[in-house]
Write a protein that binds this ligand. Structure first.
Ligand code: HEC
Ligand code: HEC
Length: 362
């Protein structure tokens, strides 16, 4: 009997493009995670990932035959039947997604959406960046950060399972599914009609992604704009940097202002009115305000009974600077530890973003 094989296009171009770009952006996002220096790359890959995901969800309703969700909406029984018969001669062959694969896709799309969403929430809260900037507090942002982290690794694991599934199915049916996702074609004994290629839609995807990367451009993480106070600037910026109030708890500022006549052997000699204004400004914007990552950490990691007068004696500060060698501290541009400006270009703004750290040339 003649065993003619038909080459049939199963996956249209947008589906394939979207699939592989999701792979690329996910890998980039995973490689750039965990280190704030690569945060811009991480966030950009996250945005593109989200765009692709959005497209794939829409394409699941309006795309070509095999890309539609309705084509792979299998019920539980079908999935069990498929898995049970997988190792037997009765195993079924599907041109599009098989039942187990279909569930994997739904799961990956759902999980991917949660990862993207928690990423946006983290970005808005912790960095005050992106569409949700200003709407979420730092501490809420860091809660979402944990979720983002957890769901991303979960997704990573699930993609591993998906890959194992693809390899098993490829072996059992002697067809290279990875190649099919690249070329779009599968060979089959039963004649079936090819789907349209949809190259215009694919072109639109490429244009939208390039345009969105282009319009994002380079976006350094400059952090939130913190409240300023002219009086604070004037009274506290005379001898050293006017340290932003977010850098110590309210109780510290209270004590420091109460002891203003013996401010590290200096007499600040502030009048009552000024003192009151400084007290209000520092209490409202102290570490407890959690306006920045540093504020959050200082507020959380300074024991309640500890009323530090030195920022440089808080456990958070010490922890952050423990790797800086003595040679650097002795550099003539630095002089003393409280000279934050020497290494933090944004010390005046009080944001202390990683992007703005700059050690003096040795
Ligand atoms: C007349 C000069 C002078 C003025 C004005 C002044 N300070 Fe100071 N400040 C000092 C000196 C001196 C030190 C001690 C530096 C050291 O020991 O390294 C200091 C240290 C500090 C530190 C500790 C820095 C660290 O290393 O962690 C803080 C916080 C601080 N000042 C806050 C203020 C505030 C708030 C004001 C305004 C209300 C103010 N200072 C105004 C002289 C001044
Ligand atoms: C000798 C240079 C130097 C000085 C002076 C200095 N820092 Fe830093 N700071 C650094 C470096 C380098 C890091 C990054 C450490 C790391 O990530 O391992 C850092 C990290 C930090 C961070 C954490 C940033 C983040 O997001 O991880 C904060 C907050 C911070 N510094 C605040 C201060 C404050 C406030 C002062 C002044 C009281 C100060 N630093 C003085 C070099 C300095």
């Amino acid at each position: 009997m003649l065993n003619t094989q038909h080459q049939v296009r199963i996956w249209d171009l947008p589906t394939r493009l979207c699939h592989w770009l999701l792979v690329v952006t996910f890998i980039v996002a995973m490689l750039s995670q965990g280190d704030d220096r690569y945060l811009d790359i991480h966030v950009l890959s996250g945005y593109v990932f989200l765009e692709l995901l959005g497209f794939r969800l829409i394409w699941g309703f309006i795309g070509s035959h095999y890309a539609r969700f309705s084509q792979f909406l299998f019920d539980k029984k079908a999935v069990w039947h498929y898995l049970k018969t997988l190792a037997t001669i009765q195993r079924q062959h599907f041109l599009g997604h098989n039942p187990a694969g279909s569930w994997a896709i739904f799961f990956i799309l759902g999980l991917g959406s949660i990862v993207s969403l928690t990423g946006l929430l983290t970005l808005g809260g912790e960095e005050q960046h992106g569409p949700l900037a200003g709407l979420i507090s730092f501490s809420l942002g860091s809660t979402f950060h944990e979720w983002h982290h957890m769901t991303a690794w979960f997704l990573f694991g699930f993609i591993g399972i998906h890959l194992v599934g693809v390899l098993i199915e490829s072996r059992l049916h002697h067809e290279n599914l990875i190649k099919a996702m690249i070329t779009g074609f599968k060979s089959t004994k039963n004649p079936a009609s090819s789907v349209h290629r949809h190259e215009i839609t694919a072109l639109i995807i490429v244009v939208v992604i390039i345009a969105s990367i282009g319009s994002a451009g380079y976006f350094p993480f400059i952090g939130p704009t913190l409240p300023k106070n002219a009086l604070w600037q004037e009274a506290c910026g005379e001898c050293h940097l006017a340290y932003h109030p977010t850098l110590l708890p309210a109780r510290s500022w209270k004590r420091m202002l109460a002891e203003q006549h013996e401010h590290f052997e200096e007499d600040l000699d502030l009048d009552k009115e000024t003192l009151l204004a400084l007290q209000n400004f520092s209490t409202e914007n102290a570490a407890e305000s959690e306006l920045t990552e540093a504020a959050w950490n200082i507020s959380h990691f300074t024991p309640a009974e500890h009323v530090p007068l030195y920022i440089t004696q808080t456990s958070y500060w010490i922890e952050q600077h423990k790797n800086i060698v003595d040679d650097i501290w002795q550099h003539p541009d630095i002089n003393f530890k409280g000279n934050c400006e020497a290494c933090h270009l944004d010390a005046k703004q009080g944001t202390f973003e990683d992007f703005a750290i700059h050690l003096p040339d040795m």
